[in-house]
Design a protein around this ligand. Structure first.
Ligand SMILES: [Zn+2]
Length: 363
């Protein structure tokens, strides 16, 4: 009997009349979208299974149902744990003479109070958390929102002990260090080069993820700097009339992907890979940093002009970095018209209809 013929947990034979039946793969080779694999489910519960040939990579139906039941019960347990931790930390954070905003903000979030009332509750004379809390519970719609302290999920519970021994040249017998429960899994998975699992655990570690965030922001900063460098050829810099006529989302998307792959993946993730939304969001965000990255804004201008938008519309949208100012929009329209005049009949027609030239925005 091959190891694959038995359930990893109950060891039952999974082969009935020669065929594997009522079984699930623990490490599926093909991932089903929106469905967690058995391995991922177990990892979330704190059990990391090794994927090697000496152990079965299959689980029977009844053991799988057991995992699902544990998951459900664990979810209830975790909510309880979080609620307990949240109420503990709000009390703990309120040290004498300290700013109480942190502790109170979690409570106030759930209180539908006016800005004026909110401001009043922050006055030093009313520092008693319990007063605020009591006031909150009086609101019929208020539900306590536990403070979100972790980037994703809880660190899995771990029962095994992980030790690291470092053999220094000066100390060949080595220094043995015991890993704390919250980093043991990270150390183990880094050592085994299970990068995905290690990364998963790192984002659950509050302090480590905090440090990592600084590095992630640095990557974003570097990519932004590159895009905002006028000599690097990013297409949002190119805002002459001829460039604007050739403006396409496909080119913008390709520039973003090529020059700022990390930032591109973030925008892409946020927008669920919607190419137009990714381009628009990135263009507006980058213009907040570098106002001369105006190609997209000029394209929006031409749509606004075409729709007969008034000066006031430009004033408002330019504040948001979406369009340029009305004066700039007019100047660019003039430029576009001059270009059209020197071009083919199609643009002549456009001119005769006295319509502003609209950039090709659709592809
Ligand atoms: Zn089983």
């Amino acid at each position: 009997m091959s190891v694959e013929d038995s359930c990893r947990l109950c060891k039952d034979n999974l082969r009935i009349k020669g065929t594997l039946s009522n079984t699930k793969k623990i490490f599926p080779s093909k991932k089903v979208a929106n469905e967690k694999s058995v391995n991922e489910r177990l990892m979330a519960l704190g059990l990391t299974l090794s994927n090697d040939n000496s152990r079965s990579g299959r689980i029977c139906r009844s053991c799988f149902r057991l995992v699902v039941r544990i998951e459900e019960d664990f979810a209830v347990f975790r909510r309880w744990q979080e609620a307990e931790e949240a109420s503990f930390s709000t009390v703990e954070e309120r040290l004498p003479g300290e700013e109480v905003s942190l502790a109170i903000s979690g409570v106030q979030r759930s209180c539908p109070v006016s800005g004026e009332k909110r401001a009043r509750e922050h006055t030093p004379s009313e520092t008693t958390h319990y007063v605020n809390k009591k006031r909150c519970t009086e609101q019929p719609t208020a539900t306590p929102t536990p403070k979100l302290s972790r980037p994703t999920a809880e660190m899995p519970v771990r029962r095994s002990l992980t030790e690291v021994i470092i053999h220094y040249p000066s100390n060949p017998t080595g220094d043995k260090m015991e890993c704390q429960a919250n980093i043991a899994g990270i150390v183990e998975n880094i050592t085994k080069e299970n990068w995905r699992t290690a990364a998963n655990l790192i984002v659950r570690h509050k302090e480590l993820f905090g440090r990592l965030k600084e590095n992630i922001l640095k990557v974003i900063e570097d990519e932004s700097k590159l895009l905002c460098n006028p000599y690097k050829g990013f297409m949002l810099w190119r805002s002459s009339a001829a460039d604007l006529k050739a403006f396409t989302f496909a080119n913008l998307l390709s520039d973003l992907e090529r020059m700022s792959p990390f930032m591109f993946s973030i925008f892409s993730k946020i927008t669920k890979r919607s190419p137009h939304s990714t381009c628009a969001a990135a263009a507006i965000a980058l213009r907040g940093r570098e106002p001369r990255l105006s190609a997209f804004a000029y394209c929006v201008d031409s749509v606004l002009m075409y729709g007969g938008a008034k000066k006031d519309v430009f004033k408002r949208l330019s504040k948001l970095g979406i369009s340029t100012s009305h004066a700039c929009a007019l100047a660019k329209q003039k430029e576009l018209k001059l270009l059209a005049a020197s071009e083919d009949i199609k643009s002549t027609q456009c001119r005769q209809e006295k319509m502003p030239i609209v950039c090709d925005f659709e592809n």
